[in-house]
Design a protein around this ligand. Structure first.
Ligand SMILES: Nc1ncnc2c1ncn2[C@@H]1O[C@H](COP(=O)(O)OP(=O)(O)OP(=O)(O)O)[C@@H](O)[C@H]1O
Ligand SMILES: [Mg+2]
Length: 301
């Protein structure tokens, strides 16, 4: 059951890093990525993060896109931004929790974007350990259960930093004719990242977005995507819903702006589906670890 979310000023509490009960924990790191523009990455990152916070998870959203739509969609004003995701990439030793800006959603924090990120691409070319900068900032105990990264629409070095840093990727796909176009490029990039930088990188799931049941094409695209990706495709489908596109102009996630709209409900479903997948993964990993332990002990005997 999802508790009601009230965007109240009391939610704007700075992060007390020592008093969260999760300060010593490795968060689960997810990136929302697809190099195709306008497929619903930011809408997904913002509303998924909100839905996870609504069920009591502590969530950090990192806005890696110089467009800054996730930051403004969460009500962060450009004038209020002191340190941003740019600093997280370039300033060694910075802790993401120190940059976390509280939002109106209790439990949800954001490391905002800044225009500097537009130049990050060029600066990264000559930077030391350029693919690992974000990984080094995020692979440490943090006072969050989930860190969700909203990627820009490119397979740039900034996006590569996100793919190298995270455990798994959520890939939004718009239900339109060209949905699968360019996807092989993303899949190849993921394979390359696995080979060279992050062997455990996984596709967490493929999310069908902007689904229109009245449009036969939407259904046909959804079928194609399910045939291609099989069980990786989330059962939850995000419908085309104007409330999702209105909400950011009020600086609010759709789940707060209109919790009952079909788009908000779909993202709440998605969060439960993701939590279920996470639990299943964890159980599988525990079984695997137990088996490994068992074999190691047998070898030792
Ligand atoms: N399910 C939906 N129904 C209606 N409009 C949507 C939906 N999802 C996203 N939109 C709108 O579509 C546009 C693109 O969405 P969004 O910004 O989330 O995509 P994006 O992949 O992050 O884009 P970019 O590649 O530019 O970062 C936005 O105006 C957004 O409000
Ligand atoms: Mg975006």
């Amino acid at each position: 059951m999802i508790p009601a979310i009230h965007a109240s000023p009391t939610a704007l509490k700075p992060l007390d890093q020592n008093n969260q009960g999760t300060a010593g924990k490795m968060p689960r790191l997810l990136a929302v990525a697809n190099q195709k523009g306008g497929v619903g990455k930011t809408t997904t990152a913002v509303n998924l993060a909100t839905a996870l916070a609504a069920v009591g998870k502590r969530v950090l959203l990192i806005d890696l896109d110089p467009q800054g739509n996730a930051s403004t969609g969460l009500g962060v004003k450009r004038s209020d931004i002191r340190k941003s995701a740019y600093d997280l990439i370039f300033e060694e030793g910075l802790n993401a929790a120190e940059l976390a800006v509280p939002t109106k959603v209790p439990g949800l924090y954001v490391v905002p974007s800044s225009m500097h990120l537009a130049g990050a691409e060029i600066e990264l070319v000559t930077a030391k350990r350029r693919e690992y900068r974000l990984r080094e900032a995020l692979r440490r105990p943090l006072p969050f259960d989930y860190v969700i990264t909203d990627c820009p629409p490119s397979l740039s070095l900034v996006t590569l930093n996100a793919l190298v840093a995270v455990d798994a990727i959520v890939v939004p796909l718009q239900c339109e004719f060209y949905a699968l176009e360019g996807l092989s490029h993303l899949v190849k990039t993921i394979d390359r990242v696995r080979q060279h930088f992050n062997p455990k990188l996984d596709i967490h799931g493929v999310l069908l977005t902007m689904y229109d049941p009245r449009n036969r094409l939407s259904g046909a695209v959804a079928d194609d995507v399910r045939e291609f990706f099989g069980e990786k495709v989330y059962q939850t489908v995000i419908p085309r819903n104007v409330r999702l596109s209105e909400a950011p102009s009020y600086g609010l996630p759709a789940i707060v702006y209109d919790m009952k709209c079909p788009g908000a409900r779909a993202y709440i479903h998605l969060a439960s589906e993701i939590i279920r997948r996470e639990k299943k993964l964890l159980t599988e990993q525990e079984i695997q670890n137990q088996n490994n332990e068992h074999y190691t002990k047998e070898e030792a005997v």
